[in-house]
Structures are given as structure tokens and as C-alpha cells.
Design a protein around this ligand. Structure first.
Ligand SMILES: Cc1cc2nc3c(=O)[nH]c(=O)nc-3n(C[C@H](O)[C@H](O)[C@H](O)COP(=O)(O)OP(=O)(O)OC[C@H]3O[C@@H](n4cnc5c(N)ncnc54)[C@H](O)[C@@H]3O)c2cc1C
Length: 337
């Protein structure tokens, strides 16, 4: 247990914030001990994975617990399917690479997403046409209300777009300890439709892609357009893509004929990056904070010296200007602490 501990190395924005107490746990027993410590002192809790989806806006007056549970196991279901279970502290991308090395399919489109396996259900991580709900079977959690272990299946997780029960009514109640996925061993479903995957495969000269080729293409695309948090502080997409009623979209189309939208029933998903760009934010810097020059949805710690509060205020200005121009209220994807 450490006191007045700097969380700067534990958040990919690289902002300074101190935790009153900090500990790293490697076993469930250690986790329970830490919880007893916090209960005795009535401390608030903050669970940390890779810190790639949080913005620390101030010092944390409680106990920050870094979940370092490790281990991967497999159980064959039949000739074509396998269940793979990874503990919360496994790094997501390393887990994807581990599965690809074994030729297990299903995770390849989710290559290079930062963070840990245990956090992947929080916002149903997704990229390039896949979300974890597509291969998710269950997750084991510790219920902080009664310290009992329970298992959530796919339905109970109530996954949505960057959403789950763990971000809604279960927020702060459950610690995810391990996640189980169902992957394919040979009849892989190859998804090339989304984003620039097809053209990247062409660049690589690949006509009949394997799951490993898809992963390579996704990695190349991501590296070409997203800032590496090791070099420049960021948390990926700062905002969710808003979903608006079709009627509102049609109204906007009259005024802004280039507005893009992806219809889903009587709702339309609008790319937040486009809205932000139209308000003149792409590449714009105020003090230590900027919107990334290639992807305006990504807010960066441009000088490395930004505070969490500065980044938060910058995001509020973006929300206000999008609201003023389009009447659409952007929602932050990043967890504000
Ligand atoms: C460059 C970049 C690109 C990104 N691209 C994508 C993308 O394509 N798609 C996507 O979906 N996301 C993306 N993200 C966001 C981020 O990688 C994911 O949300 C990831 O799952 C966060 O994992 P983490 O372990 O770093 O979470 P953290 O930031 O450590 O935690 C996030 C939240 O979950 C809570 N938490 C953490 N672990 C647990 C646990 N085991 N149990 C309960 N609560 C927990 C924390 O308290 C916090 O509220 C990107 C981020 C970056 C920096």
C-alpha cells in the first residue's frame, strides 16, 4: 500500500494526479485484503487497467487498485470452436496476438486496442466491424456489495455501442476478474468490409487474407492514423458517435448537405469526428491541449504538460460548439474521474 502515489504513469493521457492510496493486486485474496483496507477507512475505490480510457481531472482521495491478475486458459468445445479465458490484467493486444499465434479467430479486427482484457466488457470495445459482444461468452466478477463471485453471460452484460451494464446500473459495483471468449479454430469468419481494411490488404498484395493478415492490416491502419499514447498522451476517441432521430438528421441534411449518417431503424448514427471537424477543431490547440491533426475525435496532451482539468475544459468547449452548430449533444466516451 503506497500513499500519495503519482498516477501519471498509469494513465495514457499522461496527466499528473495523486492517489491517496495505491496498490497493485496479483490475486483475488490480495484484492479482498485491499477491499478490507478501504472499508475500514471508508475510502472510495478506483480500479485501474491500462489507464487508456480515463481522464484524471484531480487527485483521487481514495484507494486506486491496479488489477494485475494474469493467466490465459483454453477449453476446446469441438473441432472448430474453443473457449479462451483471460484474467483481467492481461494486456488486450498481447492477448489478441496470443490467440492469433494459436490460429484462434474472432479477435483479429480488435488488434492494437490499448488496455487490458478485464476492461474490455466495460464499453464493449469495438473496431473495424467487430465488438467484443460478437465473441463474448461470459465474465467472472466480484460483487463489491457482498464480496461474492458471480458470472455474467452475454445477455446479462447488456452490451450496446461503447456501453454495458458495467457503465450503467452496475457502475462501481462489480470488478471484472476474467473474461471468456468463444473463438474459431479453422472456419474463421473473415471481416474485411469495414474501414480501410480492403485497400490495406491490396497494398499488402493479399488476395485471400488469413486472420493474421487482417490483424496486420488493422495494425497498419491504426498506426497510420492514431497517435501512439507512448509518444503523445491521449485516450483514443474522446467522444461517442451520437445517434439522433431520422427526422432531426433530415433537417440537418437540408442545412449541411455533406453531413454523413448511418441509419439504424428510425435513428441515425453521425460520425462525431466530422461534426467536430466542421466546427474548426481539427488540429486546433489551446494551451497544452489539442485536437489531433489527423483525427479530430482524439484529444491529445499536446505539450505533455496538460492537466486533466485543462483536457476536460477543452472537451467541454468542443461539446458546446457542436451543440451550437448542429444542436447535437456529444457524449464523452472517456471515463471522467
Ligand atoms: C490510442 C487509443 C486507441 C483506442 N482505440 C479504441 C478502439 O478502437 N475501440 C475501443 O473500444 N476503445 C479504444 N480505446 C479506448 C481503450 O483502449 C479501451 O476502452 C480499453 O478497453 C480501456 O482499457 P484499460 O484497461 O486501459 O481501461 P482503464 O482506463 O484502466 O479503465 C477504464 C474504466 O474501467 C474501469 N475498470 C478498469 N478495469 C476494470 C475491471 N477489471 N473491472 C471493473 N472496472 C474496471 C476503470 O475504473 C475506468 O472507469 C483506445 C484508446 C487509445 C489510447
Amino acid at each position: 500500500m503506497q500513499e500519495n502515489f503519482s498516477l501519471k504513469p498509469y494513465n495514457t493521457f499522461g496527466v499528473e494526479a495523486k492517489a491517496r492510496y495505491f496498490t497493485e493486486i496479483n490475486t483475488i485474496d490480495e484484492l479482498k485484503e485491499a477491499l478490507i483496507f478501504s472499508k475500514a477507512r471508508s475510502l472510495q475505490l478506483l480500479f485501474l487497467g491500462g489507464g487508456s480510457n480515463i481522464l484524471l481531472t484531480k487527485d483521487f482521495d481514495g484507494l486506486a487498485i491496479r488489477l494485475n491478475l494474469k493467466g490465459i486458459s483454453e477449453e476446446s468445445i469441438n473441432e472448430n470452436e474453443v473457449l479462451v479465458t483471460a484474467k483481467a490484467g492481461e494486456n488486450w493486444h498481447e492477448f489478441v496476438m496470443y490467440c492469433l499465434q494459436k490460429n484462434f479467430g474472432g479477435l483479429e479486427n480488435l488488434s492494437l486496442i490499448p488496455g487490458n482484457v478485464g476492461t474490455s466488457p466495460m464499453q464493449n470495445i469495438g473496431a473495424y466491424g467487430t465488438e467484443i459482444k460478437d465473441i463474448f461468452v461470459s465474465c467472472k466478477v466480484l460483487d463489491l456489495e457482498n464480496l461474492e463471485l458471480t458470472t455474467f453471460n452475454l445477455e446479462q452484460c447488456r452490451f450496446g455501442y461503447r456501453d454495458s451494464i458495467f457503465k450503467q446500473e452496475g457502475k462501481g459495483r462489480y470488478v471484472i476478474l476474467e473474461v471468456t471468449f468463444k473463438l474459431t479454430k479453422k472456419d474463421h469468419s473473415i471481416k474485411t468490409e469495414y474501414g480501410a481494411i480492403k485497400s490495406e490488404l491490396e497494398n499488402l498484395g493479399i488476395k485471400t487474407p488469413t486472420i493474421q493478415d487482417i490483424s496486420k492490416a488493422v495494425i497498419n491502419i491504426r498506426q497510420s492514423k492514431l497517435p501512439d499514447p507512448k509518444e503523445i498522451g491521449n485516450a483514443g476517441s474522446f467522444f461517442k458517435n451520437p445517434t439522433i432521430p431520422l427526422i432531426q438528421f433530415e433537417d440537418l441534411k437540408q442545412k449541411f448537405e455533406n453531413i454523413q449518417g448511418y441509419p439504424n431503424g428510425d435513428m441515425v448514427k453521425v460520425p462525431a469526428g466530422w461534426l467536430i471537424e466542421q466546427c474548426g477543431w481539427k488540429g486546433k490547440q489551446i494551451g497544452n491541449v489539442a485536437s489531433h491533426k489527423l483525427q479530430s475525435l482524439v484529444i491529445i496532451n499536446a505539450t505533455g504538460n496538460a492537466t486533466g482539468k485543462e483536457i476536460f475544459d477543452f472537451s467541454t468547449e468542443i461539446i458546446n460548439s457542436v451543440k451550437e452548430k448542429f444542436g447535437i449533444e456529444l457524449e464523452r466516451e472517456v471515463n471522467i474521474i
